[in-house]
Design a protein around this ligand. Structure first.
Ligand SMILES: *[C@@H]1O[C@H](CO)[C@@H](O)[C@H](O)[C@H]1NC(C)=O
Ligand SMILES: *[C@@H]1O[C@H](CO)[C@@H](O)[C@H](O)[C@H]1NC(C)=O
Ligand SMILES: *[C@@H]1O[C@H](CO)[C@@H](O)[C@H](O)[C@H]1NC(C)=O
Ligand SMILES: *[C@@H]1O[C@H](CO)[C@@H](O)[C@H](O)[C@H]1NC(C)=O
Ligand SMILES: *[C@@H]1O[C@H](CO)[C@@H](O)[C@H](O)[C@H]1NC(C)=O
Ligand SMILES: *[C@@H]1O[C@H](CO)[C@@H](O)[C@H](O)[C@H]1NC(C)=O
Length: 934
């Protein structure tokens, strides 16, 4: 019994560790390095949960800063730290990220005389994965009264696990006080791509009220906006009016930042500021990217005008004058790094005909970090990690196994080819005190040539899977406690001379002699007496479990259908509240009725607009428990009536499915009506398809297709009566922080009474051009097959990366466009070129075919959503098999490791892409200067 208890305890221990190292619902990871005595705490200022670093690193020593460095105003995060006296490279491992997403990384360093030596390290290096992030040079931040350094980077992560590593370069013992990770919406900072990261040089909010730093929750991405003012040069301006309009989605400065600005003191003067080049060891004069934020804060009377130019080092930065509109936002940014200079002077000057001086609200400056280094081949890397974990290897086994060459893990050899990631070719763990059996992970090292595990305490049998390693020529297993016999696969390799095995001095290992055969016979008898009855028991138990499970499921399904059927349309007074009936209690407790006042609090005075829906604006908000929500407030000018609004509220309350946007509550308070829904932080599928820089990989597109199909299938099949969405389109498919797809916006859905066989027909067609089912258009009778049609269009968008209606060269429906090309057998001409051919062609064909079936002219020819789900499921499996094959058969290879990192993209030589003047781009299409309100 005892050993089992032990296992259970171990298991619990692991899950606790896991729990604390998981990102929160927003995907934030906030680590207080060196925190001891408690697991976590909630930060007073931001209300964010900070956790200790125990689950993220297994080396280093925790310390507190000296008592004299404690300050009441200092964030708690910096009171403790972790110091790394041993080893050249020490790393933090951040898991459960979403590969291909953009993240903000922030590391904080406060020395605070933690070691009593009063000598901060001169410098050390910081890496994200295998890519250099920055030198941490404590003397650069010397002007800060206590040597606090803060570095930030915006990086697209290639895998779901990323390591942040501190490298000792001989400048003193590296340490770290805090590490924060914030997922960003994909459309933010379009300059950051798979090949280029952004390293923050400066982020300033001009004329900040009370000189405070603005961050979370004002900034939902928790960027830190530092105040900047200078009363000797600038007049401060501010407004309490809303600076409205959500910008193009590229930068999204918080409203509080845009509500303050500066103009020059001298009305005919200019605004000047600048920065020096900060050399990096690999890049002595990096080019910079700048983002400027403008909003007019004054009502200008008839004759007044404010227009200005921006100059960089006395040359025009952009050749069109900027003219901010009252209370609406403009960003100006350069897409590619500026040419290298030693100093950057920005001068903002009024145009000749401007009656008012220039204005600016905020700016950010970044240099770029190339993220094109490729770490160890991902399957090799994850196998090496697994081996390290299994045997608790304490060597320099931190970070990437093979990269950089100078830091290759001890006892490993790697091969380095120019065009492909490094591979592990030999492992020598002789005399390393290894216990337990031979890890199956060795067999995942497909390029392994030499394996030495001699002089350890290894037990168990020799895995036959080692014989699959084609390059393996030598294994040394001598001086261990191995038993069993040499497996047949290995024997064959030995006989044909392709493999040498040393296995001497394993007392229980039998090598083809009589004693061995006896042992083998005993074993086979054992097998009959023990294994067979055991198998029988297992089979019986599983069958019983299956039967029970399916019975329960059927019951549950019936249960939920009954529930659906008994919920009658209610008028507003009867809408369920949190004190709802006993039977539905669980479901209804989740749905709250809010007052308008509460909504004001939740949205911080309707501060941040996320977008516009059929009802009016959608606002960002937070519930008391920190849950991020989207509040859809009905605007008075909305065409939609109260009735439709309540229809949506009621339908949403009734429906819960992981691929449908969940309703948390609603508001019907006097003239105000609102819905409070789950927040989907990655925005709409449309934004991701149309996004110019990033492109979703095919696997992710397939997953989104399958998930949204599940959502629609549930509306059609899981609800009684079935619900027709009637406005399925890429903008109504939303993505959460983990890029999981959910169908949104049931505002136009009308449940029709299935039992009476009467379709509700209204006189108006609802839907969006390009997605509307022609049959519905003709008959004005919506059917579930109308949704299938619209979904087919979404599938085509996913395949092609093009909108439902193409405008170039002439307006054309995407269905016809695809049909024309496919008729010529030209799948390549159809598929989104931004996927660079990394997909299984058969899978893409299949999805295109499904899409064309869905968009058949007559509804009877179209599949049901259930058929679509089944077909897409097959496509997903096909794609996964393809991927496994590429990875040599491991299911884990792809998602568990970040090293294969930036392999897929071509490297970009930033130095060649010149041009402040020429490459400057407005966030809106083309070069036009346009206010970004919609
Ligand atoms: C730091 O201080 C806290 C409480 O003040 C204490 O619990 C913790 O053990 C200290 N850490 C170290 C490394 O001494
Ligand atoms: C750190 O920065 C200071 C000031 O810029 C510089 O003098 C020093 O050489 C830097 N140290 C290292 C190790 O880069
Ligand atoms: C600024 O400080 C004053 C005085 O401390 C305070 O009354 C006011 O609320 C502060 N304003 C903001 C926006 O924090
Ligand atoms: C304002 O700036 C202009 C041009 O730079 C200069 O000629 C003028 O003397 C300045 N006025 C004051 C009051 O500083
Ligand atoms: C003011 O000058 C700028 C360029 O210098 C020009 O684009 C703009 O149209 C002018 N505005 C007026 C009102 O003349
Ligand atoms: C192997 O294990 C035994 C006891 O289980 C121990 O005495 C011995 O030192 C171990 N040998 C090695 C090489 O670790």
């Amino acid at each position: 019994m005892a050993p089992r208890w032990w296992l259970l305890i171990l298991f619990l221990g692991c899950s606790v560790l896991q729990a604390s190292s998981q990102p929160n619902s927003r995907g934030f990871i906030s680590i207080d390095c060196g925190l001891m005595g408690e697991e976590s705490y909630v930060d007073d200022e931001t209300n964010l949960l900070y956790v200790s670093d125990a689950g993220f690193t297994d080396t280093g020593t925790p310390y507190n800063i000296s008592a004299e460095y404690f300050r009441p105003w200092r964030s708690r995060n910096v009171r403790s730290l972790r110091s790394f006296p041993d080893g050249a490279r020490n790393c933090y491992t951040l898991r459960s990220l979403v590969s291909g997403l953009k993240y903000l990384f922030r590391a904080t360093f406060l020395y605070g005389n933690y070691d009593g030596l009063n000598k901060p390290p001169a410098s050390f290096d910081l890496y994200i994965g295998v890519n250099f992030w920055t030198v941490v040079n404590m003397s650069w931040w010397g002007s800060d009264q206590d040597n606090k350094a803060e570095v930030e980077a915006i990086v697209v992560v290639p895998h779901d696990l990323v390591q942040v590593c501190l490298v000792n370069t001989g400048g003193g013992t590296p340490f770290i006080s805090g590490l924060e990770l914030r997922p960003l919406k994909m459309s933010l900072y379009p300059q950051a791509t798979a090949e280029l990261g952004l390293f923050m040089r400066s982020r300033r909010n001009f004329a900040a009220i009370n000189e405070t730093i603005i961050r979370f929750p004002d900034d939902p991405y928790d960027r830190l906006w530092y105040p900047r003012s200078d009363a000797t040069m600038w007049t401060e301006r501010s407004t309490t009016e809303r600076v409205d309009g959500f910008d193009s989605g590229s930068f999204e400065a918080p409203m509080a930042v845009l509500q303050t600005a500066i103009t020059p003191l001298n009305a005919s003067g200019s605004i000047n500021f600048g920065w020096d080049t900060e050399p990096q060891p690999n890049n002595p004069s990096p080019g910079y990217l700048a983002v400027f934020y403008f909003a007019e804060l004054q009502v200008l009377d008839g004759n007044a005008s404010r227009q200005f130019y921006i100059n960089l080092n006395d040359e025009l930065w952009h050749n069109r004058a900027v003219k901010p509109e009252y209370l609406s936002r403009i960003n100006l940014y350069n897409e590619f790094p500026s040419p290298r200079q030693n100093h950057y002077d920005i001068s903002i000057k009024a145009t000749a005909n401007s009656t008012l001086p220039p204005i600016i609200n905020a700016y950010e400056v970044f240099s770029v970090i190339t993220t094109t280094n490729v770490g160890t081949e991902s399957q090799d890397a994850s196998a090496a990690m697994a081996i390290k974990a299994k045997y608790k290897v304490h060597k320099n086994w931190m970070g990437d196994p093979c990269f950089p060459k100078t830091m290759t893990w001890d006892s490993l050899n790697c091969s380095y080819a120019t065009a492909s990631p490094p591979r592990i070719t030999s492992i020598n763990l002789s005399s390393s005190g290894l216990n337990g059996d031979i890890s199956s992970s060795f067999a995942n090292l497909k390029a392994l040539e030499y394996l030495n595990l001699s002089n350890n305490n290894l037990t168990g049998s020799i895995p036959d899977s080692l014989s699959q390693l084609q390059s393996l020529t030598d294994i040394d297993l001598s001086n261990n406690q191995l038993n069993g016999s040499i497996p047949s696969g290995l024997l064959k390799r030995i006989q044909d001379g392709s493999l040498n095995i040393r296995h001497g001095n394993n007392p229980n290992l039998c090598i083809g002699d009589n004693s061995c055969q006896l042992a083998a016979k005993r074993k086979s008898k054992l097998a009959i007496y023990i294994v067979v009855p055991l198998l029988v028991i297992v089979v019986i138990v599983s069958v019983a479990a299956l039967v029970l499970f399916s019975l329960r499921r059927r019951k549950q399904q019936q249960g939920s259908m009954n529930n659906m059927a008994t919920i009658k349309p209610q008028n507003e007074e009867e809408m369920p509240t949190s004190h709802g009936g006993a039977n539905d209690s669980l479901r209804l407790v989740e749905n709250r009725r809010f007052t308008y006042k509460e909504l004001e609090v939740i949205t911080n005075g309707f501060e941040r607009v996320l977008g516009k829906g059929g009802f009016g604006r959608v606002y960002d908000g937070f519930l008391e428990d920190g849950t991020q929500v989207a509040v859809k407030l009905r605007s008075h000018s909305s065409n939609q009536g109260i009735k439709e609004f309540l229809t949506e509220a009621q339908i949403l309350t009734r429906i819960h499915h992981k691929n449908l946007v969940n309703m948390i509550g609603y508001c019907k308070d006097g003239e105000y009506t609102a819905l409070v829904c789950e927040h989907m932080s990655q925005g709409t599928l449309q934004e991701h398809i149309a996004g110019s820089n990033q492109s979703l990989p095919w696997r992710q597109r397939l997953r989104i297709a399958l998930e949204s199909a599940h959502g629609l299938e549930y509306l059609h099949k899981g609800c009684n009566p079935p619900i027709i969405h009637r406005d399925v389109k890429a903008t109504n498919i939303l993505l959460n922080a983990r890029m999981e797809a959910k169908v949104a916006d049931f505002g136009m859905s009308k449940a029709f009474d299935h039992h009476n066989g009467n379709y509700i027909s209204t006189n108006t067609i609802v839907g969006t051009p390009g997605y509307v089912d022609p049959e519905y258009q003709a008959t004005v009778k919506p059917r579930t097959k109308s949704d299938v049609y619209s979904f087919g269009v979404v599938l085509l968008e996913l395949v092609t990366g093009k909108p439902a209606i193409l405008s170039d060269p002439e307006p054309m429906n995407i269905i016809h466009w695809v049909q024309q090309r496919l008729a010529r057998g030209n799948i390549k001409g159809v598929v989104d070129a931004r996927m660079h051919g990394s997909y299984n062609v058969n899978g893409v064909w299949k999805v295109a075919e499904i899409a064309l079936k869905c968009t058949a002219q007559t509804s009877t020819q179209r599949p049901t959503m259930a058929d679509v789900v089944a077909q897409l499921q097959e496509c997903v499996e096909l794609e996964e098999r393809t991927h496994d094959f590429d990875n040599g058969g491991s299911k884990n290879g792809y998602s568990s490791w970040n090293y294969n990192a930036y392999a897929s993209g071509q490297s970009t030589d930033v130095s060649k892409k010149a041009g402040f003047g020429t490459e400057l781009r407005m966030p809106t299409v083309g070069l036009g200067l346009a206010p970004t309100t919609r």
